[in-house]
Design a protein. Structure first.
Length: 110
């Protein structure tokens, strides 16, 4: 192994151990605006967090159709954070406005 490669691996070991490496959990934001989830579909790794921000003037919910997660009522201007855990494709909707649909796709962690 070259010296350069050994140094690179050493740096990675330090950075990754500090949680700043590629394994760090990411954070995604979904806006709830004009009766829509934007973006309507997000793909995240298990362990990442997703924050839904209600920018409308009425309350909404983020409720998985399989009840995997449920925000309860999110007031106008408020937000709800969820740490993605269960893998798979989770269709969700707003309990107050069943025409509002979104999808959260959780793939295995990095
Ligand atoms: Cu709604």
């Amino acid at each position: 192994m070259s010296r350069l490669r050994r140094v690179a691996l050493g740096v990675c070991a330090i950075v990754c151990a500090a949680g700043a490496g590629p394994a760090a959990a990411a954070r995604y934001v979904v806006a709830i605006e004009q009766m829509r989830f934007d973006p309507p579909s997000v793909t995240v790794h298990a362990g990442d967090s997703v924050v839904w921000v209600n920018k409308d003037l009425v309350a909404h919910t983020v409720t998985a159709e399989a009840k995997t997660f449920d925000s309860g009522s999110i007031a106008p201007g408020a937000s709800w954070r969820y740490v993605a855990s269960k893998r798979g494709r989770h269709a969700y909707s707003c309990q107050f406005h069943p025409v509002m649909h979104g999808t959260l796709i959780v793939v295995p962690g990095p």
